[in-house]
Design a protein around this ligand. Sequence first.
Ligand code: NAD
Length: 491
Amino acid sequence: MNPASYDVVDGVRTYKLFIDGQWVNSARNITADSINPADGSLFARTQQAGAPEVTRAIEAAHAAFASWGSSLASTREKMLLKVAEVIDRRTPEIRDILIDECGSVFNKALWEIDYVTDCLRSAAGDVRHVMGETMPVTQPGQISMSVRRPLGVVAGIAPFNSPFLLSMKKIAFALAAGNTFVLKPSEETPISAALIADLFEEAGLPTGVLNVVPGVPAEVGDILIADPRVKLVTFTGSTRTGRHLAVEAAKHLKKFCLEMGGKSPLIVLKDADLDYAVNAAAFGVFLHQGQVCMANSKVIVEAPIFDAFAERFVAKAKGVTVGHPRDTTSVVGPLIRESQCAFIDSQLADAREKGAEVLTGGTHEGRYFQPTVLSGVTSDMRIYHEESFGPVVSLIRVEDAEAALEVANDTAYGLSAAVITNDLQKALNISLRLESGMVHVNDCTISDEPHVPFGGVKNSGFGREGGRSSWEELTEQKWITIQMGQREFPF
Ligand code: NAD
């Protein structure tokens, strides 16, 4: 990374804030430690923005909007493509940061980087397609049209689990539409955010268009939400945090986009290819050690195949390699923090107490949680309802497809869902009735593309991210009429 982006203090890098194109320390000079989840070692430190720095970041973004907001489509397109090129060249360095900071296993880190370059290129391709419309008129001589305008300053609040992808997705589409940006990264992953600023800086982004202010979440968040120059806050994270922030945003009548948690069901019908279904279900819950919002943590299986499915799935889970994320053979790496292991321990204790059986796993060494499979999970157990955000899955036996649908919809969340069957008519019928923002037939629940309307319903949020749907969130429509010649007024 640019040596200006950090100081080395006692042999440890202390990353700075990125405001108005400058790498700066906070006036109060407070830092936070970043701990490598793989071994608990001190990985880096980060300056913590206080009120003066967050306000300066908003000011810088607001000032930069004057030119970025009216820049040529080709200028924004070139910039996004340039950042993708820089990322292609710096992939090994980015991969290592994602591994050390977030505990991403090797291949997940590479997948995340690949998604980001795809996303930047997809956003660049969309720049020329942010279209307005012309409208029919009822008044003689009038031309009536709507134009799409960027909002101004957009603030992004991002989670820890795929920090590069989830921040970049917000930034790429916001900048493509002509907005400027202030990013508040997760306190667990501020270095990925400094890296994003560094990549845009190398690509030559004009100063102030992107600003990165890690800090104490509530302190930074409150300022971003309250400042009238911030026109949209786009949040990805837990439902608990999102709910709190949405209430705060409402007090300021701030436009707000929410991408939140999930308890995603995967339905396996009795005609499914068992091995295929087992592989899909395993990928959908063990990827990134289950720390994925779309993870299929509830697998609902029709009774005639339940026992055979459970036997093969347990064998599959036992064969999943748990290990250091730098080891290219590891599939499941460490959870982000020890308290997450304790949280899952308490969910498992509750489930066991109420009669669930742990078919495999259920233990952890440090932050390395074994792939865990439960059966006999019922709706009075916490794990039936709560997100685990770990490699833990409940297998639920149901009598038929209708019962499967009922269990699948029996959740406060509604992010992603999947159904595996060769009966496509039944699959479509179920897809339409699943209370979920996204449904995948003959796949697991984890799927994302930069150009699709990604997002949830119920407590998983509102608003969509990606492609054309992003423009709905990131631009405002302005209605303009032109009267050709003089109209007649009634008085
Ligand atoms: P989190 O809610 O703890 O934190 C998310 C972000 O909110 C972080 O940047 C955090 O610092 C910030 N934050 C927390 N309190 C705040 C406050 N008072 N003011 C301002 N900001 C505040 O979530 P997490 O643990 O980082 O991420 C995991 C959660 O995110 C899971 O629930 C997961 O399902 C969800 N998630 C959803 C999606 C999606 O697209 N729907 C994607 C990834 C993760």
